[in-house]
Write a protein that binds this ligand. Structure first.
Ligand code: HEM
Length: 207
């Protein structure tokens, strides 16, 4: 019999959000490789082509990219993750023109005051960083997404229209679609046979 855990992306103190079933007994690897992780995991400076490729390598499509990026409705970023967009986009002390200039000016005035700031944290969905809602997409469409990877969603007609459609749809629709993509992500490269192990603690290799 398959047992399921019911999962949510939120932690204690966070409000609302989607839920989905996660089958127990998933086999994970026992070795982590820094280089492999660095080559596979998207970075905030990646453009749409690179994001699409990295997602496709894991069996995820553009729709998953848009939906899973919606997790940035929760939490914070360090200034260092976007400082090049604010202070040195092309190496000439310039700003990323795809970032709303008024928003960028406010960030530079009140939050990320210089390029070396690697401690200040900023909300990715200002005003509702603890609520799982459509706020992230509202910011992205106003060109206020913090990362180039957020802004990238507007550079492709398919992803841009998905953002618009999510904003026109209900919160329940977003939750259901997000949960689908999370379930899909949970099926990436599950170990089988003699490979891997079922972890006693989900974040740790068994001792
Ligand atoms: C599309 C590719 C993605 C990129 C390039 C990306 C990049 C980032 C970066 C740079 C940060 C801020 C790190 C920092 O400065 O502290 C961040 C935070 C976060 N990301 Fe993503 N991310 C991506 C996809 C995802 C996905 C798929 C999820 C989950 C489904 C996710 C969930 C989060 C959450 C919850 C935070 C906030 C963490 C906190 O508050 O401490 N991201 N992401």
């Amino acid at each position: 019999m398959t047992h399921f855990l019911v999962c949510a992306i939120n932690d204690v103190g966070y409000q609302g959000g989607p839920f989905w079933k996660v089958p127990t007994g998933r086999k994970d690897g026992v070795v982590s490789n820094l280089v492999e992780a660095r080559d596979s995991i998207p970075a905030p400076f990646h453009n749409l082509t690179t994001l699409q490729r990295l997602f496709a390598n894991q069996g995820l499509d553009l729709k998953d990219l848009v939906l899973l990026s919606g997790a940035h409705t929760i939490g914070v970023s360090h200034c260092s993750s976007l400082s090049n967009r604010l202070f040195n986009f092309t190496g000439k002390g310039d700003q990323d023109p795809s970032l709303d200039s008024e928003y960028a000016a406010n960030l530079k005035r009140f939050k990320c005051k210089n390029i070396n700031d690697n401690t200040t944290k900023i909300e990715m969905d200002p005003g509702s960083r603890k609520t799982f809602d459509l706020g992230y997409y509202r910011h992205v469409i106003k060109r206020r997404g913090l990362f180039e990877s957020d802004a990238a969603l507007l550079t492709n007609s398919v992803t841009k229209s998905q953002v618009t459609q999510l904003l026109q749809g209900s919160l329940e629709n977003f939750y259901a679609e997000f949960a689908n993509s999370m379930e899909k992500m949970g099926r990436i490269k599950v170990k089988t046979g003699t490979e891997g192990e079922i972890r006693k603690h989900c974040a740790l290799v068994n001792s």
